[in-house]
Design a protein around this ligand. Sequence first.
Ligand SMILES: [Cu+2]
Length: 184
Amino acid sequence: MKKTTLVLALMLTIGLLLVTLGTMQVKAATQVDIYAGEKSSSVYGFGNSASSISSPGPTLTFTQGEVVTLTLHNAGTMAHDFAIVDTKSSTGTVLWNAQVASASNPVAAGSQASVTFTVGNTGDYYYVCQVDGHVALGMWGNVTVNAAVPEFPTALVFVFFAVAATALAAYIGKSKIVHKMTPL
Ligand SMILES: [Cu+2]
């Protein structure tokens, strides 16, 4: 009986530890830096650095549920903003509140601003500069959201409890027989 309690307590402790580990797997926010600017008077774009502005900008790849802090650096000479939208348009619906500044109050040249958001459902989306006319000048890029990798601890915890329950059942069964066989 005492041994059973000990085994149970040990199982609970290990189980809780695994659940805790699972919770800890929720990562800190991913930092993404994107640069806005003008390649020429007729081509604006985005880049991974101030010197790599392109149109379209670099594809942003996220994982569903990922927490992202995105910083928009305005490396250009004009004001720009950033938003993840459902269509390749400055008037597309903004997703996940993933928007830095706005069309009417954009980030000034040489300045930067950030937003933290949680990535939504898997799929293909766009990011744009919402300042009037800038999408047409090339200020957009693709956004890809991949499915989250099944979390290792969730599966492991289930396997652990299944094995533990089986072991416990076997242990209890065995100890009963032992008690019967040693009537002292
Ligand atoms: Cu712009």
